[in-house]
Design a protein. Structure first.
Length: 743
C-alpha cells in the first residue's frame, strides 16, 4: 500500500515537473535561509553555556541615577570589591577580578600583540578550561606566572615548539621594566570554545594590571565575578551587597551629589548582579566591556524573518498545489469510486508533501553550507556549518519538516475531504480559487509579508549605506593605522622612516584608535555642573593628517610642549557644554588635579567613537596624559600597497622583535563588515589589467567594473544578445539579416 503512495507521488512529480521545480526551488532557498539563521541564533544562545558553574556565577554591576539623564549602568568595580565580597558577604564561595589590555609579548627575538587577561588565582575555580600541560591546580599563584592558550603558544614559538610540556618553565617577555618583565609559563590550556564571551589570549596575575592601560568609569576599572554556594541566591546577594556602598563609593557619591551630577536619595547608587548565563545578550546597556557582547534584538529580528520566509514558502506551495489539484480531480474521483477512503486521499497529499520537503531540505542544507561564507561576510561573523554536531539540531530539522508538511498538506487535504460525492470529483467542482476565501486570504497574506520584508530590507540597506557613507568630520580614506606599544624614541624613528616614502602625505601619532580605549576628565561649567570631557593625546601633525577643520584659533606648534600651562584644542560640543562665549585664550581647570589648560583653537565636531553615539566634548592635547599607541599614515591615492611595503621594511629595521600588523581607517570606523580575505598584492583580471593591491574590497570591485564596462568587446557583445533576443519573437527580414551578422 505504502509503495503505491510513493509510486503515485513520483509519477505526479514527473507529470507536473514545472510546478514541482518551482516548489523545490522555493522551499530549498527558504530552508537554506532558515537553517543559516538557526545556526546563528543557536550559536548566540549557546555562548558561555559550556561553563560548568554557569548557574552559580554572577558578574557585579552598578547603577547611578543621573540628573536629567536617568539610570546609567557600569560593569566596572573598584579593585577592592572582589576581596570585600568574599570576606564580608556570607554565601560567597569565591570571587575573581578581571582586567584586559593588549600588549606585545613573546620571546626576546620576536614579539606578538595579544590580549592579556589580568585575573586572580581563583579564576580556574570559577571557570572551566581544559589543561594541556603544566600546573592544573594553581597555575597563577606566582606573581610573574603566565598561562598561555594553545594557539598563542604555537604562534609565539612556531617551528621551535616541541611538545606543550616543553614550554612549561620557559620565559615570556612583557612590555614592563626589566627585570620584572619576564613571566614564567606555568600552564598551557586548550583554546576556549568559540561560544565564549572572553577574548583574552593569555592570563597573568591581577597584581600586574596596574602597569597597563585600563577602561574605567564611575564604577571603577575591574570586572568582578562571584560564585555562590547553596546558602544564598541572587536576590539575597544583591540586598547584602548594598552594605558595601559607603566603604567603596561613599565619598564619590557625596561629591557627585554636591556637584549636581547625581540625584539626591537613598537609591541614587546601587549594586546589582547579572547571571553569567545572561551576560552575553544582557549587557547592551553597559558602556565598555572586557567581554564580547551580543545583540538580543538581532536574534528577535532574524528569527522573525526566518519564520516569515518559511510562511511565504508554505503559502506558495499551497497555492501551487491547489492549482495542480484541479488537473487531478479525475484521478481523485476514480479513487473515490473504486473504494478509496477519505483518509487514504489525505495520506497521498501528506506523502507528496513529505517527499518534496525532504528533497528541498537536502538541497537547502547544501545551499546553506555554500551561502554561509556570504552570511559571515555580511554579518562580520565567523559562523561555522555545525548542523550535524548536536542532537538538538536534528530535533530542529525534524520539527521543521513536520511544520512544513502540516502547513502544506493539511489545508488542501482537509478541503478535499469535506466533499464526499465522487461525481463532484469527476466534474472538477471541488476547487475554485475565485470561490475559495482561504486561498484569497493566503495570497493577500503572502503578498503582505513579501512587501513587508522588502520594505524592511530596503530600510536596513539604506541605514547601512548611511552609516558607511556618513560624513564623520575627517578624511578616513587612504589611511593605514599601526599599533605601536614600545618606547617613544622608537616610535619617533618609525614616524621619520615612514615619512621618507614619496607616496606618504603625512604621519601622525595618537594615544588611541577610533575603536579602542578612551580617557576623560571632569570639568565644571559656569553653573557648577559636571561636564565629562574626553581627552585625546595627539602630535602637531594630527589635525592636518586627518583633515580636521580648525575654524577658530590655530593648530599646535612643537614648542607648545614646553609651555608651563599646557595648550589644548577643543571641539564645538565642549564650547557649548561649558557655555564659553570667547574660547580663544580661555583657561579651563581640570578637576582631577586642579591643573589648568589654555584653549588655543576650536575644531569642527568629528566622530571619534561609534557612529551610533553622539559626539562628546573633546579636548586635544600634547601633554603626557597617556602614551602614544598608534601611528596614522596618510597615503597618496592608489599607492597604499607600495607604502605598506615601505613601512614594513622600516618596521623590521627599527623594531624587528615586534610582529608587523596594520589596519585601514575606513574599515575600522565604519560598520562595514571586514572582508573574508585581504590581499595586499595587485590583482590581474581580463586583458592583463592590474588592480592595485592594498585597496578595500569596495575599491577593487569598482576598478574591476569600470575596466570591464570600458572593454572594447562589451558593446558588440550586448548588441549581439539584444538582437538575438529580439529576432526570436516576430522578426522582420532586416532583423534576421542583422542576427546572421553576429552568428
Amino acid at each position: 500500500m505504502l509503495r503505491s503512495y510513493f509510486k503515485y507521488a513520483f509519477r505526479n512529480f514527473l507529470k507536473q515537473r514545472g510546478r514541482t521545480l518551482i516548489n523545490l526551488i522555493g522551499l530549498s532557498l527558504s530552508l537554506a535561509i532558515v537553517i543559516i539563521i538557526f545556526l546563528y541564533v543557536s550559536g548566540e544562545l549557546s555562548v558561555n553555556k559550556f561553563q560548568e558553574n554557569k548557574d552559580r556565577i554572577y558578574r557585579m554591576y552598578s547603577s547611578v541615577d543621573v540628573v536629567d539623564r536617568g539610570l546609567e549602568y557600569s560593569p566596572y568595580q573598584v579593585p577592592e570589591m572582589g576581596p570585600a565580597l568574599r570576606e564580608r558577604i556570607p554565601g560567597v564561595e569565591s570571587t575573581c577580578r578581571l582586567r584586559i589590555a593588549d600588549a606585545f609579548i613573546g620571546p626576546e627575538e620576536d614579539l606578538f600583540q595579544e590580549f592579556v587577561g589580568f585575573v586572580d588565582s581563583t579564576f580556574f575555580d570559577l571557570f572551566s578550561y581544559k589543561f594541556i600541560a603544566g600546573d592544573h591546580l594553581n597555575p597563577l599563584s606566582h606573581p610573574k606566572s603566565v598561562v598561555l592558550t594553545e594557539s598563542v603558544a604555537r604562534k609565539i614559538y612556531g617551528d621551535s615548539l616541541g611538545t606543550m610540556t616543553d614550554l612549561v618553565g620557559t620565559s615570556i617577555k612583557f612590555p614592563e621594566r626589566a627585570p620584572g618583565n619576564l613571566y614564567t609559563v606555568t600552564a598551557i590550556i586548550a583554546d576556549p570554545p568559540e561560544n565564549t564571551s572572553f577574548y583574552w589570549d593569555v592570563l597573568v596575575p591581577y597584581a600586574n594590571a596596574r602597569a597597563y592601560s585600563q577602561s574605567d568609569d564611575f564604577g571603577g576599572n575591574t570586572f568582578t565575578y562571584v560564585m555562590l554556594d547553596e546558602n544564598i541566591d541572587q536576590e539575597a546577594l544583591t540586598e547584602k551587597a548594598q552594605s558595601l556602598i559607603p566603604d567603596m563609593h561613599g565619598e564619590m557619591i557625596k561629591l557627585f551629589v554636591q556637584l549636581g551630577f547625581l540625584k539626591e536619595g537613598e537609591h541614587n547608587f546601587s549594586y546589582h548582579f547579572m547571571s553569567y548565563r545572561d551576560l552575553y545578550l544582557g549587557s547592551n546597556d553597559f558602556v565598555g566591556s572586557y567581554e564580547t557582547r551580543g545583540n538580543k534584538n538581532s536574534i528577535y529580528i532574524l528569527t522573525s524573518v526566518a519564520f516569515l520566509i518559511l510562511i511565504i514558502a508554505c503559502f506558495n506551495y499551497v497555492m501551487i498545489a491547489i492549482g495542480t489539484a484541479l488537473n487531478r480531480m479525475g484521478d481523485f474521483g476514480m479513487m473515490n469510486v473504486v473504494g478509496a477512503r477519505r483518509w487514504q486521499i489525505l495520506v497521498q497529499f501528506v506523502v507528496e508533501s513529505t517527499l518534496l520537503t525532504l528533497f528541498s531540505m537536502v538541497l537547502g542544507i547544501i545551499l546553506a553550507e555554500q551561502l554561509l561564507p556570504l552570511f559571515n561576510n555580511l554579518a562580520s561573523d565567523d559562523l561555522r556549518f555545525s548542523l550535524f554536531s548536536s542532537a538538538i539540531n536534528f530535533v530542529f530539522l525534524g520539527t521543521l519538516l513536520l511544520f512544513i508538511v502540516l502547513m502544506t498538506s493539511a489545508y488542501i487535504g482537509f478541503y478535499l475531504l469535506r466533499r464526499t460525492q465522487p461525481i463532484r470529483f469527476l466534474q472538477k467542482e471541488m476547487l475554485s480559487v475565485r470561490r475559495n476565501g482561504v486561498a484569497r486570504i493566503s495570497v493577500v497574506i503572502q503578498f503582505f509579508i513579501t512587501i513587508t520584508l522588502l520594505i524592511s530590507g530596503g530600510m536596513i540597506l539604506k541605514q547601512f549605506n548611511f552609516m558607511v557613507n556618513r560624513d564623520v568630520g575627517f578624511d578616513r580614506e587612504q589611511m593605514a593605522v599601526i599599533h605601536v606599544d614600545f618606547s617613544r624614541d622608537k616610535i619617533e624613528t618609525l614616524k621619520e622612516q615612514f615619512q621618507s616614502s614619496p607616496y606618504v602625505r603625512q604621519v601622525s601619532m595618537s594615544d588611541r584608535n577610533f575603536d579602542d580605549g578612551s580617557s576623560s576628565e571632569i570639568i565644571l561649567n559656569k553653573k557648577g555642573e559636571i561636564t565629562e570631557v574626553r581627552l585625546l593625546r595627539i602630535d602637531p601633525d594630527y589635525i592636518s593628517a586627518l583633515g580636521l577643520e580648525v575654524f577658530e584659533g590655530r593648530n599646535f606648534f612643537e614648542k607648545d610642549r614646553q609651555d608651563s600651562i599646557p595648550k589644548v584644542i577643543v571641539n564645538e560640543t565642549l564650547i557649548m557644554e561649558l557655555e564659553i562665549e570667547d574660547p580663544l585664550g580661555s583657561r579651563v581647570r581640570l578637576d582631577s588635579d586642579q591643573s589648568e589648560v589654555d584653549i588655543i583653537g576650536v575644531v569642527r565636531d568629528f566622530h571619534f567613537d561609534s557612529m551610533h553615539d553622539k559626539v562628546q566634548p573633546l579636548m586635544l592635547h600634547l601633554f603626557s596624559h597617556n602614551s602614544y599607541n598608534y601611528l596614522f599614515v596618510k597615503v597618496e591615492e592608489g599607492q597604499m600597497a607600495l607604502v605598506l611595503d615601505h613601512c614594513e621594511k622600516a618596521w623590521k629595521e627599527v623594531v624587528p622583535e615586534f610582529s608587523w600588523e596594520y589596519e585601514f581607517m575606513d574599515e575600522i570606523f565604519t560598520t562595514e563588515p571586514e572582508p573574508l580575505l585581504t590581499i595586499s598584492s595587485p590583482k590581474t583580471i581580463v586583458g592583463n589589467y592590474s588592480i592595485p593591491g592594498g585597496q578595500s574590497g569596495k575599491d577593487d570591485i569598482a576598478d574591476a567594473i569600470d575596466h570591464l564596462f570600458n572593454h572594447d568587446n562589451v558593446g558588440p557583445f550586448l548588441a549581439e544578445r539584444l538582437i538575438q533576443r529580439l529576432i526570436k519573437s516576430n522578426p522582420t527580414p532586416n532583423f534576421k539579416l542583422a542576427g546572421k551578422k553576429f552568428s
